[in-house]
Design a binder for this molecule. Structure first.
Ligand code: HEC
Ligand code: HEC
Ligand code: HEC
Length: 194
């Protein structure tokens, strides 16, 4: 990763300086994020009394070397892939046919039914670097924009559509702006960000 030394900023807590902290947090979040991965023995999943536990790598050891993020498991996996920090396998069995990183990959899909919020620009490229087309088509999504029935935020929050992965294996649904990323044009004026 480009940055070897991580930057951490601390501001002494004082109530009337809370805005300073807010700014500092925003700045440090932009620069780097101090990961706080629990060791396996404390994660509530592994048996701490199991003597084989020390054979396993602790998350901090592996994940702290990857581009940081502020949500989910605190790794920006899209950047990690772009920067060549990870090189995931496309298949386990040689015979498995995969369709990823197609040169003629479909364009982004702009989703406009977002009420007052910014619209959603769905990036095909970043998804097809991690996934096979068949992970989404035709089971989760139709291959024609705007034709997937029941596709809305309520169902996403129920774990359908984007929510099958986001909040499970990809960044969580609390990160509204990462999906609601396309400001709605304001009639007669500049785009208004939300
Ligand atoms: C993983 C991506 C993703 C995230 C994260 C996300 N949304 Fe959405 N949201 C969508 C998509 C996709 C739609 C449907 C767009 C369409 O059909 O045109 C949508 C639609 C909506 C709508 C329109 C009404 C509806 O029921 O569909 C609202 C309001 C909304 N989202 C609010 C939020 C809020 C608030 C958050 C954060 C708590 C959030 N969204 C996080 C993808 C996301
Ligand atoms: C992570 C899920 C996901 C993956 C993986 C994915 N797509 Fe899509 N695709 C979507 C969504 C969401 C839509 C929009 C559906 C809607 O609006 O109802 C879409 C729409 C499309 C469309 C219609 C575009 C348009 O403008 O009408 C095509 C064509 C398409 N996908 C092809 C592919 C191909 C080929 C691949 C593999 C290289 C692929 N998709 C991978 C989610 C995905
Ligand atoms: C089959 C799994 C899957 C589904 C379904 C899915 N995503 Fe993702 N998405 C991923 C993965 C994996 C990543 C990369 C890891 C991460 O960013 O957490 C990702 C990343 C993203 C990114 C970040 C791209 C970047 O350049 O950083 C956006 C935005 C996004 N997804 C939006 C959506 C929206 C909107 C939907 C629904 C229309 C959706 N995703 C459905 C798996 C999925």
């Amino acid at each position: 990763m480009g940055r070897t030394s991580r930057e951490q900023r601390r501001v002494k807590p004082a109530r009337r300086w809370s805005w300073v902290m807010a700014v500092a947090i925003a700045i440090s979040a932009g620069l780097a994020w101090a990961g706080n991965w629990k060791p396996l023995a404390q994660d509530g999943l592994h048996d701490p009394s199991n003597t084989a536990l020390n054979q396993l790598q602790n998350p901090a050891e592996a994940l702290s070397k990857l581009p940081p993020d502020t949500a989910g498991n605190q790794v920006n996996w899209v950047k990690a892939l772009e920067q060549g920090k990870i090189n995931p396998r496309t298949n386990i069995y040689a015979g498995t046919k995969v369709k990823v990183l197609d040169k003629k990959e479909p364009p982004d899909v702009l989703m406009k039914n977002t009420a007052e919020l910014s619209m959603v620009r769905f990036p095909h490229k970043q998804h097809s670097e991690f996934l096979d087309c068949s992970n989404c088509h035709e089971g989760l999504f139709k291959s024609k924009a705007g034709t997937t029935p029941g596709f809305n935020m309520f169902n996403i929050l129920q774990g359908e559509f984007c929510g099958r992965c986001h909040g499970a294996v990809a960044f969580p649904l609390t990160e509204c702006k990462r999906c609601h990323n396309e400001p709605r044009p304001v009639p007669g004026g500049a785009a208004k960000a939300r």
